[in-house]
Design a protein around this ligand. Structure first.
Ligand SMILES: *Cc1c(COP(=O)(O)O)cnc(C)c1O
Length: 423
């Protein structure tokens, strides 16, 4: 559920009319609802507590790294899952306590690991033996012992889009299942490393509980084996991945997810970390765009909007579906007809929807792309020299610009001409 609804025929974000924001900020822009983020967090936290699980919810910042979004969650008690020094700096800047931050990712550099050690974060999720050796060396040099999870690859099919499945043995992520005990033995022996946890993240936008259950059962066996080997596992990091409805999917509810954790892993005496991204923010964001013009072709009608694939990459990247609706509520008897909704970028891939039923629109009308709060602004670029899309956050009857649209001058000023061109 979310807090974007028609009131008197106009789409509102909480108590703010979308056209009022558009008039002030211009389009395109992302619009986030504080109440929706808070609600999603509360539903998940309540479900985990009701299942009797002691859990730290570490928001996967890569889904939406805006400081205002991270801050909203931090104020509710969330930690952060970060995948780069940039995200770690954002989480700290947003006020997430270091002891609630987990660092994931297969390509952490020496500098990034050193920064994380220095910040004193809760846990580093190590994805390979060379990373483990590098971290040990850095920890010894810093005179620290760092709590580590090995991210394991349970070889489970998440049944999601190939580009966001991560837990199969042919994926680049995690330590191969057959080598996990051996690498824990190495970790146990290394100075500066306390292997206290196991981490696992099998993919994103999962819409069935089965793959989670399968992965958790594998973890359960692994924890027994590791304990028998002498590794004191006290924490399990179960990753993120719970899906959200984009187009009528019915992903497992947080309650079912929490119950599944409790049934499979609840009696191991471990604390838990979960790393939801999309679940917390996906449904809490819209991309608001204006119709530039309607172009009637021989066989199709194209609705050209001022948002493009550089602002919202998911359709071009993963053929993702976003519901699209007009900001002015169509009359109940308005007839919808199939149109292609496209952006201005010079790529055929810059198509948000093909042959989608839409009631008639004209230049200047506002449209919103729903469920755009996760992996939307986070993936935006300036392709076609379009200034980075701005972001707005709503709370009740207030709204604030939480990332400004750069001016053309700002954008161009990042480039430099070499000295042989400036003479
Ligand atoms: C991307 C990612 C997440 C979050 O995934 P969602 O599908 O957004 O919940 C969590 N953990 C890790 C390690 C990730 O890479």
């Amino acid at each position: 559920m979310n807090h974007f609804d028609y009131q008197g025929g106009i789409l509102f974000a909480e108590d703010v009319a979308i056209p009022a924001i558009a008039a002030e900020i211009g389009t395109p822009f992302y619009c986030y609802s504080t109440a929706t983020i808070e609600r999603h967090y509360a539903v998940l936290a309540d479900a985990l507590a009701a299942a009797g699980l002691e859990t730290t919810i570490c928001f996967a910042c890569k889904a939406n790294p805006n400081l205002a979004v991270i801050r909203t969650l931090a104020q509710l008690g969330a930690g952060a899952d970060v995948v780069s020094e940039g995200e770690l700096r954002r989480a700290l800047a947003a006020g997430v306590p270091a002891e609630r931050i987990v660092f994931s990712g297969i390509g952490k550099s020496r500098e990034e690991l050193a920064f994380a050690l220095d910040a004193g974060i809760m846990q580093i999720n190590v994805e390979s033996e060379p990373e483990l050796l590098m971290l040990s060396e850095l920890a010894v040099a810093a005179g620290r012992v760092v709590e580590v999870a090995l991210r394991v690859n349970p070889d489970v099919d998440a049944n999601t889009h190939a580009k966001i499945t991560t837990g199969k043995k042919e994926n680049k992520f995690g330590i191969e299942w057959t080598r996990v005990r051996e690498v824990y033995a190495i970790a146990r022996a290394l100075p500066g490393i306390a292997p206290v946890a196991v981490a696992c993240h099998i993919g994103s936008q999962l819409t069935e509980i089965g793959p989670f259950r399968e992965a958790f059962l594998r973890l359960r066996d692994l924890v027994s084996d590791l304990r028998a080997d002498g590794t004191e596992i006290s924490r399990l990091d179960l990753g993120g991945g719970l899906g959200v409805p984009y187009d009528g999917e019915t992903p497992p509810s947080p309650a079912v997810y929490a119950e599944t954790i409790a049934q499979t892993l609840g009696d191991l005496g471990c604390r838990f970390i979960v790393e939801p991204g999309r679940l917390l923010v996906g449904n809490a964001g819209l991309l608001v765009s204006s119709v530039v013009r309607v172009k009637r072709g021989a066989t199709r009608t194209f609705v050209v909007v001022d948002a493009a694939m550089n602002d919202l990459m998911r359709p071009a990247l993963y053929d993702a579906f976003h519901a699209i609706r007009p900001v002015v509520e169509p009359a109940a008897d308005a007839a919808a007809a199939p149109v292609d909704i496209v952006g201005p970028v010079c790529e055929t891939g810059d198509t948000f929807a093909r042959q989608r039923d839409l009631t008639p629109v004209e230049a200047g009308d506002l449209l919103v792309f729903e469920t755009a709060g996760a992996y939307g602004a986070a993936m935006a670029s300036t392709y076609n020299s379009r200034p980075l899309v701005p972001e707005v956050m709503v709370k009740g009857d207030r709204f604030a610009l939480v990332r400004a649209r750069p001016s053309y001058e700002d954008m161009i000023a990042l480039d430099r001409r070499p000295d042989w061109q400036t003479a």
